[in-house]
Ligand binder design. Structure first.
Ligand code: AHG
Ligand code: MN
Ligand code: MN
Length: 337
């Protein structure tokens, strides 16, 4: 059982038996993520000091301009994950194609694939607002001893063995699940140690925060428009509070602690929504469900979607269970009208 004041290292060792397959590899994988997160955290904290922000000149797969810290975070996570004999492949928002990791003896013996958004909310760096890292972990489906294939990455979210995020905020936190609830660890930067600060995190069943980029209202599907009017109505415990940072990790983190719903719907500009299924929606959905919440594309469970492409997008409704179900009700009603 989790104890307050426990370090992340202690927690990983104590809970290793509860991990699937329990060979210790997944523990080592989480360990390497916490290490990379410390390095990235150090760099993110310096962003205002040195001329490190701003566009790196490259454009990523989504046609978005890359910030230098995106590239840096991507490199650090790839390096750290590659240096250990655990991961056989990595897919990242910042790489068009997946990366094959052969392992030290070129024997392709490693068992896990990692999919990640190395720096989420990166447009917020220039204005000193929290950013994050999101990761999703699967066991490979192709035989050990052969190079990874696309099949290993295109697994539905319900097969994830671990997922989490790091939030580089007023404090830096690592929040993750291995399918046994959600735990949050806060970094003490003075000594570089993460402590269990948020054991067994839960989304309250109901909430009173809704988070959506309402500037796009005119382009939203009718069901979302109707749900927003419901959130804003002066009835019962409503109107709800509107909070939107524009940094998925921060918006979800706040809503998980306070109770709320995050929505990035389809729109005329983004017919499938903006967020990426494999390294934004799925890991957040796994965390949400493990915290008693819900994640949907407006009609069906996010984690049951069978992916077709590495960088595909999905509409995303995530948060307190009753709020997501209410939003789905409005989506359904508008569809059948
Ligand atoms: P990224 O920085 O990895 O490209 O992700 C940005 C995402 C997500 O963090 C955020 O919730 C969303 O984009 C904000 O989009 P809008 O500016 O369209 O609201
Ligand atoms: Mn992102
Ligand atoms: Mn990103």
């Amino acid at each position: 059982m989790s104890k307050k004041h426990q370090t992340l290292g202690e927690f990983i060792i104590e809970n290793q038996q509860a991990f699937p397959y329990s060979s210790g590899e997944l523990s080592r994988l989480i360990n390497s993520i916490r290490l990379a997160a410390k390095v990235v955290n150090h760099e993110v904290n310096k962003a205002g000091l040195v001329d490190i922000t701003g566009a790196a000149g490259d454009t990523n797969v989504q046609g978005e301009q890359q910030q230098k810290l995106d590239v840096y975070a991507n490199q650090k996570f790839i390096q750290t994950l590659t240096n250990r004999e655990i991961v056989c492949g990595i897919a990242s928002e910042e790489n068009d194609e997946y990366i094959t990791i052969q392992g030290h003896n070129n024997d392709h013996k490693n068992k896990y694939v990692v999919l990640m958004d190395p720096l989420d909310g990166s447009s917020n760096i220039d204005v000193n607002v929290s950013v994050g890292t999101i990761f999703s972990v699967y066991r490979r489906v192709t035989p050990v001893g052969t190079p990874v294939t696309m099949e290993d990455f295109l697994q539905p979210g319900n097969l994830q063995v671990a997922a989490g995020y790091i939030i580089y905020g007023t404090s830096t936190m690592l929040v993750y699940t291995t399918g046994h609830g959600v735990n949050g660890f806060t970094l003490n930067p003075a000594i570089g140690t993460y402590y269990l600060s948020h054991p067994n995190m839960k989304f309250s069943e109901d909430g009173n925060i809704y988070s959506i980029n309402e500037g796009n209202y005119a382009q939203f599907p009718q069901g979302v428009k109707d749900y927003l009017k419901y959130c804003q109505a002066d009835e019962g415990d409503r109107p709800y509070t509107s909070r939107y940072i524009g940094s998925l990790v921060s918006d979800i983190h706040r809503n998980m602690i306070k109770g709320g719903i995050y929505i990035y719907p389809s729109s005329s500009k983004y017919p499938d929504g903006k967020l990426r299924l494999l390294y934004e929606c799925n890991p957040m959905a796994f965390l949400a469900e493990q915290a008693g919440g819900k994640a949907s594309d407006g009609f069906k469970r996010i984690m049951d979607i069978k992916p077709n492409e590495l960088h595909e997008r999905a509409p995303f409704f995530c948060g307190s269970k009753n709020m997501v179900e209410k939003a789905e009700e409005f989506m359904q009603k508008a569809k059948t009208k």
